[in-house]
Every structure is written in structure tokens, then in C-alpha cells.
Design a binder for this molecule. Structure first.
Ligand code: ADP
Ligand code: ASP
Ligand code: MG
Length: 437
């Protein structure tokens, strides 16, 4: 059995939904995970923002516009009255629910209920369409098996038990459908696996059922060697090691959610990135492969803040780094990059939420400086230290770009450089010109 996940654009219109149905029908008895139709989750965030601000008119107008889109999709998707009516009922129920939050109290809890509606609606449309097409698709509701624990980590044992039981109850299904992204938390509340988290749903399911493969279907033919939104002429990478894929996903390659790799890697399940618009393309296969002597790809992670702590004392005396790291731990902030020298240490963080408190604490150790609006450029490939020349190639490519930090040697797969936001696109293009031409 495989797990197939289709992202927002793959189910973004009635015609896409029809194509996806054909595609999954041909692939047999698998578990199919769907995201919300593209744009829907963003619109649900917008609606929640209006409700937080008590702007009921704004919320109402946005809900009406979203509903009209679903009505048009239903019109185009269904050819029989029976299934059109079933889909209409299901979608109307969802919109009645969204409208019911029109109350004085609106909190994170209500927002999560609203955010869950996108995947509930896309799967409602898909299952009815599949039934209309004579496919015996069975719904495995995500809220009945996808659960996080008190640390907001997936409760893998619970997921496995519940999912296996749900599948066993429906042995005659042609295929199974479920919602990406949404889950219940340890308190039984509706929750989610963070934006873009449907990829995570797919790999958690893959791990739970020990799938043969996890297929992530999207709008591009695999992981490209640079970010196609900023660099022209990028090309797909045919194979990646789990670690390489994890580095790229973490450092900004949006095609894959960073959390998605670990469950697959731990269970040694290959992940394939495929294009719904071009199903025959090879895409990218992520597994336990090693290909030496190549740089595979480049990615960039935005909104990074660099913090430098400089002291006149012997800064790196033993115990010093522990004290610095403890401050970040106390403020529950993780560090992405780190470089040290005799007199100072620089680290980066991707969230400024606890920055004022962190800076206050760090000042006890010396002079603290902050550089905002930075970008981590991450180059991934066979970067084992015994290899010669790759790090020189990378640094040379960026010889005209001011570089704030360089981090190399933390893994066998990665070299990271910190540059200013305004230099990001140039840096990405220079790296492609040097490394992939
Ligand atoms: P989905 O909605 O299917 O989850 P996403 O929008 O999350 O799709 O991811 C696909 C997008 O990721 C592509 O359209 C592309 O613009 C972007 N992307 C960023 N970096 C890369 C990369 N290195 N390779 C491929 N796509 C990338
Ligand atoms: N629909 C959710 C989002 O837009 C989850 C996903 O697409 O993976 O973030
Ligand atoms: Mg995505």
C-alpha cells in the first residue's frame, strides 16, 4: 500500500479534481491524503482575522465569496443530481459551521476549528465525486486517528492503532481518503499540523501503515536544484538522500514540509515528489541513497535574525556556550546557525517572538548586536569534509555578495551562508550559475 498526498493546486479546481480522481483510480488501493483547495486555508485565516477583530462584515463578505467558489466548483464537478445534492449538503453544513463563529468570543480554539474546514470540504467533494464515478472510496476521518500529544508531537502509537483499526473495518474499499493537516490534540480539541502540514500527515500515515512509498503530488516535477520562484532554468533533482531532503525542506524548499522527512526516514520509506500536471515525469525520489561528488540543490530561508554576543573576557571558556544556549532554551527558541570565535559567538533564529527577553538575558555576557532581515542560503549535496573544492566553489560563487556567517561541517550534506534579504535572489542565481551550469 502507498500513501498519495495531493496538495492545494492538485485539487484547486473541478477539472483538477477530475484528473486526480483518474490518477488515483489507476494506482489502486492506497491511502489518499488531500489538502484544502488552493487559497482556501489562506481565506480561512483571513476570516479568522476578521473575527478576532470583531469585523463581522469583513468576515461575512469573505465567507460569502469563498462559498460562491465552492458552489461553482460543485456545478462543474458533478454530472448527476444525486451527487451534486450530496456535495451541496456537505459543503453547506461546513459553511453553516463557519458562520456559527459569529459570536463575541473568538480564540485560538475557534480559529483552529475554522482552519480545519478547508480539508473537510475538499475531501467531501472528492469522495462524492469518486462515488459518482463508481469508485468505492472510503473516508478515514483524520480527527479519528491523527492525534498529537501534550508536547504537540504526533502520538504515533495512537495513530497506528486507530488507523489500522479503521482500515480493517473497511476491507472492501477500492481506496481510502483522508484529510491532510488536521488533527486532534492531547485535550481532544481540533488542531492542525501547522501550515503546509499535509505532507506531514502523509508521512505519519506512511509510517503508521508501513507503506511501500509516500508520494507527494504537487504542481512541479520534483525538488528543483534551486528555488524556481527566484531562479530561471532550474531543473529537477532525480534522487536525494533523506538527510539532503530534510536540509532543503528545513531551509526553505517549499515543495516539502520540513517535518515530513523524519517519519519516512525512521521507517525507511521512500518519498517520491511528483507532478499532478505531468504524471509521467520522474520527479524526485528521496531514500537512503548516497551519491558522491555532487552538489544537489540550493534553498533559502527568509526572516532570519542574527545575534552576536561579544565579550572582552575569554568568552569561550568552558561552560560559556552552555550558558548562552540555556538562555535560548529558557525562552523556547531554537537556533538555526551558529559560528564561534575566540571573542564571540553568532547565532541565528527564525522567530523574533521572544527576542527582547533573550537579548536582555544575553547582555549579561557582553555586547550584543542584532542583524535583522537576513536569509540563510543552504547548499546541499555531498559535502563531506574530505572532498575537495565544493566549499570553495560555493564561497567563490558569492565573492561579490556580503556574507554575514558561514557554517560548514555540521553535517556531511550542507553548507549554509547568511546574507542580507536584498542579496538573496542574486545569491541564489550566482550559485546556480556556478554550481549547475
Ligand atoms: P502543495 O500545495 O502541493 O503542497 P506547495 O506550494 O507547498 O505545494 O509546494 C510546491 C511549490 O514549492 C512549487 O510550486 C514551487 O514554487 C515551490 N518550491 C520552492 N522551492 C522549490 C524547489 N527547490 N523545488 C521545487 N519547488 C520548489
Ligand atoms: N491546507 C493547509 C495549508 O494551506 C495544509 C497544506 O496544504 O498542507 O497550510
Ligand atoms: Mg505544501
Amino acid at each position: 500500500m502507498k500513501v498519495l498526498k495531493f496538495g492545494g493546486t492538485s485539487v484547486g479546481s473541478a477539472s483538477r479534481m477530475k484528473d486526480v480522481t483518474e490518477l488515483v483510480r489507476k494506482r489502486g488501493k492506497n491511502i489518499v491524503v488531500f489538502s484544502a483547495m488552493s487559497g482556501t486555508t489562506n481565506t480561512l485565516v483571513e476570516i479568522s482575522d476578521y473575527l478576532y477583530k470583531k469585523n463581522l462584515t469583513g468576515a461575512k463578505e469573505t465567507i460569502n465569496a469563498l462559498e460562491a467558489k465552492y458552489m461553482r466548483t460543485i456545478d462543474e464537478l458533478f454530472s448527476t443530481e444525486e451527487y451534486r445534492r450530496k456535495a451541496l449538503e456537505a459543503i453547506r453544513e461546513r459553511f453553516d459551521f463557519i458562520r456559527s463563529f459569529n459570536k463575541p468570543i473568538f480564540t485560538l480554539f475557534e480559529e483552529k476549528e475554522i482552519l480545519a474546514q478547508g480539508e473537510l470540504m475538499s475531501t467531501a467533494l472528492m469522495i462524492n465525486y469518486m462515488h459518482e464515478q463508481g469508485i468505492n472510496a472510503v473516508m478515514l476521518p483524520a480527527v479519528e486517528f491523527m492525534r498529537t500529544d501534550k508536547n504537540a508531537e504526533p502520538d504515533t502509537q495512537y495513530i497506528q492503532e486507530k488507523l489500522t483499526a479503521l482500515i480493517a473495518e473497511n476491507p472492501d474499499a477500492d481506496l481510502y481518503i483522508t484529510q491532510g493537516y488536521i488533527c486532534k490534540n492531547a485535550y481532544g480539541e481540533t488542531d492542525n499540523l501547522q501550515r503546509g502540514g499535509s505532507d506531514y500527515t502523509a508521512s505519519l500515515i506512511g509510517a503508521a501503515v508501513n507503506a511501500d512509498e509516500i508520494e507527494i503530488w504537487t504542481d512541479i516535477d520534483g525538488m528543483h536544484n534551486n528555488d524556481p520562484r527566484f531562479v530561471e532554468g532550474t531543473s529537477p533533482v532525480s534522487e536525494l538522500h533523506f538527510e539532503e531532503a530534510a536540509e532543503l525542506a528545513y531551509f526553505g524548499a517549499k515543495i516539502l514540509h520540513p517535518t515530513c522527512v523524519l517519519p519516512a526516514k525512521l521507517n525507511n520509506i521512500p518519498v517520491r515528489l511528483l507532478n499532478t500536471m505531468q504524471p509521467e515525469a520522474h520527479g524526485t525520489l528521496i531514500y537512503n541513497t548516497r551519491s558522491s561528488n555532487t552538489i544537489k540543490a540550493v534553498a533559502a530561508k527568509d526572516n532570519i535574525t542574527a545575534i552576536k554576543i561579544k565579550s572582552s573576557r575569554m568568552l569561550l571558556a568552558y561552560g560559556f556556550l552552555r550558558k548562552v544556549f540555556e538562555i535560548f532554551e529558557t525562552h523556547r527558541t531554537s537556533i538555526d546557525m551558529i559560528v564561534t570565535s575566540e571573542v564571540g559567538v553568532s547565532v541565528t533564529v527564525d522567530s523574533e517572538r521572544n527576542l527582547p527577553a533573550i537579548l536582555e538575558d544575553l547582555k549579561k555576557f557582553g555586547t550584543v548586536t542584532v542583524d535583522r532581515d537576513m536569509v540563510i542560503i543552504c547548499v546541499v549535496g555531498d559535502l563531506e569534509w574530505q572532498n575537495r573544492g565544493f566549499e570553495a566553489e560555493v564561497v567563490n560563487a558569492l565573492k561579490d555578495v556580503p556574507v554575514r556567517m558561514i557554517s560548514y561541517g555540521g553535517s556531511n550534506y550542507n553548507i549554509s551562508l547568511l546574507v542580507r534579504k536584498e542579496d538573496k535572489v542574486r545569491a541564489l542565481n550566482l550559485l546556480s550559475q556556478r554550481l549547475f551550469k
